[in-house]
Design a protein around this ligand. Sequence first.
Ligand code: KG4
Ligand code: ZN
Length: 318
Amino acid sequence: MGRGLLSHALHTQIAMHGEYGGVVPELASRDHVQRVIPLVRQVMLEANVSLQQLDAIAYTQGPGLGGALLVGASVANALAYALDIPTIGIHHLEGHLLSPLLSDPAPEFPFVALLVSGGHTQLMRVNGVGQYELLGETVDDAAGEAFDKSAKLLGLGYPGGPALARLAALGRTGRYKLPRPMLHSGNLDFSFSGLKTAVLTLVRQSEPDEQTRADIAYATQEAIIDVLAHKARAALAQTGLTQLVVAGGVGANQLLRSRLSDDIGRRGGRVFYPDLEFCTDNGAMIAFAGALRLAQREGSKEYRFNVKPRWNLQEITS
Ligand code: KG4
Ligand code: ZN
């Protein structure tokens, strides 16, 4: 654990998914098969470490697409079997949750985490490694999904989040106001599915020109960020904690970052973000969570392909 992150590499499938307007599971896993060994070679070379020096191999055990998970699990288990070292299966969201600890300055336990990705929107109280308490979550679409679906309605490419954010930068304030569902629900849950319906209605009504599309993008981003910031503040108030950690792909959104830092900073709190490259999906956060987990519990030498496409974070809370 002492030496920190020695090297990391990423092959993004964004261009491939972009051609199809979204993820095609079979294509994703076939591409994984071709990429994973060269990537492993590359990081080992860059880190100047031999396979024989490894103590364990971490891999994403779930949740996610079964085929893609199986590629990682197979390679990790086969390599570990050959080297006679343990594997450690990591929950994808635990990787996101702990990723801000890779940055300097890092938060200290306990903290509140706002997990905002393409598949999840959750507020968690994080007391330590493996100690996660769910405070609230979306009852329908995830925040990333709201970005992606609205972007699609506005004719933008994949992934929609960054594209919508870019278009929103050209939008004007005050022209449209979109709903903020559950803003005053009194709990820490979210709902985003109504937003895409509202965007659809606007798009259909106005046959939008470029400026109108930018104004709609602006209002969409505002609505999502407003709800996220409001609930994150409420989570800090409810728990009495002062540190907020933002993780997951939507955490790369610059406006969300500045809004949260302003809002929470003004109230005496502090917001921590993973470096941008560790915000969206990456292998370093899985390796890092694996190292923290190994300090707590032993890895496995059973070498089984027990991936979990559906896997609740609560199940790994100790
Ligand atoms: O964590 P992540 O990389 O993958 C999942 O585990 O889902 O998150 C992907 C999500 C997508 O919905 C993408 O549109 C969104 O994060 N995203 C953004 C931005 N960058 C990525 N949303 C808003 N603004 C961004 N700059
Ligand atoms: Zn993710």
